[in-house]
Design a binder for this molecule. Sequence first.
Ligand SMILES: [Zn+2]
Length: 396
Amino acid sequence: AYPEGFAPGYINIKKVIVDSNQVDYEIDDTILKVKLDKAFKPKQKLTLTFEFETQIPPSRGRFGYGQNTYNIANWYPILAVYDEKGWHKEPYYSMGDPFYSEVGLYEVNIKAPKEYTIAASGSLNQKRQENGQVIWSFATGLVRDFAWIASANFETKEADVGNTKVKSYYIKGNEKYGQKALEYGKNAISFFNEHFGDYPYSDYSIVAANFFIGGMEYPNLVIIGDELYGPGEFLEYVVVHETAHQWWYGLVGNNQIDEAWLDEALAEYSTLIYYEHYYGKRVGQSIYEQLILNSYRFYEASTTPGPILRHLSDFTDWMDYSATVYNKGAIMLKDLEARIGKYKLHEALKLYFKQNIYKNATGEDFIKALNHVTGTDWTDYIYSWLKGTETLDKAA
Ligand SMILES: [Zn+2]
């Protein structure tokens, strides 16, 4: 992912201020610990100010740049989650999406040279000129992260779906596929609105970027690798998968380090039912067989896969991660669908969404919604899929 040679990026913290006092802090790998003078009680408020500098590396990753885009994601200090298990002080992992956060309201001002267009989480409130540069002011609803992509070569197309403006940012000259990305995103939002619950935000952006691994989800914004903007079925698949993450990861959060399946398998399953809805049962089934079932069987033929439910650090490589978390996770949901019917499973997803919107959910919350809708206890069934290592023929 370093086409122009390796150069590291960094974040250099210069100052931390609590309310109006500069304070000491410790940094251990990616964790910054601020020492408060006195205990911080529930419902108490304080203001933390960070002054920092970052270097954007020449890398087609979440934080880096390529020929056409600056990808500015996971770029600022974010509050670690504190729950009944205490602080979640996980380091960064090079596999999966090693992120876990709470929702918050963001106001972000970005100053950029005037030839740049900026796609970002939230909504653009204002754009003003200052000394030949442009200041873009964004504000968000309740979201769990803020990402932005800048390019001097963006063109855009947009369309309304419900109360949301869907925008497609594509690299100049690729209008045909920029338009297609817009259609796919629009159809996905409209279908998921109806099936899971309404998307509450006023903006959603599908953004083409120099990106090394297909797509990546952020609140109100998804990154789509620009090499997918061409013939082939993957542009639609990736746009729909990342759009499904607006519900599973975005609105209903989860610990993606401990329970990656919870957003990935749900996003895969959501993509499959999108295909069935728009293209019919046969196409849906063939996408399922080609991209998920056969893909997993192929992996299973070459090795003995570990269980779906593993900590991110326990996966051996991306192949292992995607075969078990995405593919086997979706196979479990298809098996469940065959047992309880599509209608009940979709009712369970609706309930899971309604009960956990803006929160962080766990596998237990998913099972709770499922049990409630079906009147049956699925705990053992789900955990035998999640923790089992039998081959597919024995599991199903
Ligand atoms: Zn995903």
